[in-house]
Design a binder for this molecule. Structure first.
Ligand SMILES: Cc1cc2nc3c(=O)[nH]c(=O)nc-3n(C[C@H](O)[C@H](O)[C@H](O)COP(=O)(O)O)c2cc1C
Length: 331
């Protein structure tokens, strides 16, 4: 072989080696990328296995708004309750906000480790295994399992989906399969449901101010808050957005309610916060006394007070009334 030929040979070998190394690197980085975007493994759910666990079952869902980054805060705040079990549902857009891209946006694997999070589900989980007769159907099992569903944030797209009765992903299928007339799901021992024994869906819309101001938004919200609203005998409750500077730079209405208010709504509905629960009961008991003194058979309770009273009766709890504190609240 000539010197020229040998040099050419070496260069060819080097180029091939370099190309091979590049392909190997590319292949492995894609594999790592794929693993990163995989949702954490969720076990197949059978609601019947959890009927007697003595815990309140919260189906917490997030759809594709920036406010999804508040989900870890909500979960962490709720992790202090031993009698609460949470299953988190994420739309495909929502999941994009929790990929460990910043300190306040942990990965789904990290999110799954927060206490009380007993499962994280995404659309693909519905079809994880080819369905055969007898297999559980995830969105139905989630509905059966849940005592309450909270969709926070609720995007403009998911708001429209719910209001139109569409069911094209896991979250909307669970909401569409809701037991709207309280006729299908049986009461669970030791669990007193809010709103007179109902399974409710609470939504916290979150969107850009222009999206919020679009005329179609109020049409869709009207369906949820009036046609299907708890106040009108239905099963939906809307936590109305607030005005503030939005993540996109616009200022105005459409921002999701503060995450602490969402936590407070969950605590109140399930009666998780004992001091608040006792305060509600005390007020209700004093209202009963005052009604009796007036000779009236009816006391004017708020829904929260009525729920707290029902829970007290169901748990056969005795509460000492602090007359002075209650009088101050009732003034
Ligand atoms: C970075 C980013 C932020 C977004 N924030 C919102 C938002 O706050 N509210 C909203 O309604 N849509 C928002 N969108 C658009 C939704 O993600 C989009 O409409 C999506 O289809 C919603 O799907 P989903 O309702 O199934 O989650 C955002 C999109 C991006 C890329």
């Amino acid at each position: 072989m000539t010197r020229l030929g040998a040099t050419f040979h070496t260069e060819l070998l080097l180029t091939c080696g370099l190309l091979l190394a590049c392909f190997t690197l590319l292949y492995f980085s894609r594999q790592v990328g794929k693993q990163k975007s995989q949702p954490p493994k969720s076990q197949p759910l059978k609601a019947a296995d959890h009927v007697n666990d003595g815990k309140y079952h919260l189906l917490l869902a997030a759809t594709g708004s920036v406010a999804t980054i508040k989900i870890p805060n909500i979960l962490t705040a709720l992790s202090k309750y031993d009698n609460l079990s949470i299953r988190l549902l994420l739309s495909e857009s929502a999941a994009k906000f929790l990929q460990a891209q910043s300190g306040e946006q942990p990965s789904l694997d990290q999110t799954a480790k927060i206490k009380n999070v007993d499962g994280i589900y995404r659309d693909a989980d519905e079809w994880r295994k080819p369905w055969v007769r007898g297999d559980p159907i995830l969105h139905i099992e989630l509905r059966r399992w849940a005592d309450m569903m909270v969709i926070a944030p609720l995007s403009a797209n998911s708001l429209a989906t719910l209001a139109l009765g569409l069911s094209d992903n896991l979250i909307s299928s669970a909401a569409r399969a809701w037991d709207t007339h309280n006729m299908i799901d049986l009461a669970r021992p030791g669990i007193t449901l809010p709103c007179g024994g109902k399974k409710v869906i609470i939504v916290a819309p979150a969107m850009n101010t222009a999206m919020w101001a679009h005329p179609v938004t109020s049409k869709h919200l009207d369906v949820l808050s009036r046609e299907w609203g708890v106040e009108y005998g239905g099963w939906f409750e809307v936590l109305w957005p607030i005005d503030k500077g939005l993540a996109c730079g616009d200022t105005g209405s459409g921002a999701m309610r503060e995450w602490k208010e969402i936590v407070a709504a969950i605590e109140t509905k399930f009666g998780l916060d004992q001091s608040r629960e006792e305060a509600l009961i005390q007020v209700a008991l004093v209202k009963i006394d005052r009604a009796r003194a007036r000779g009236s058979p009816m006391a004017d309770f708020t829904q929260e007070e009525a729920d707290a009273l029902r829970r007290m009766k169901a748990n056969e709890k005795r509460i000492k009334v602090d007359e002075t504190a209650v009088a101050k609240r009732l003034r």
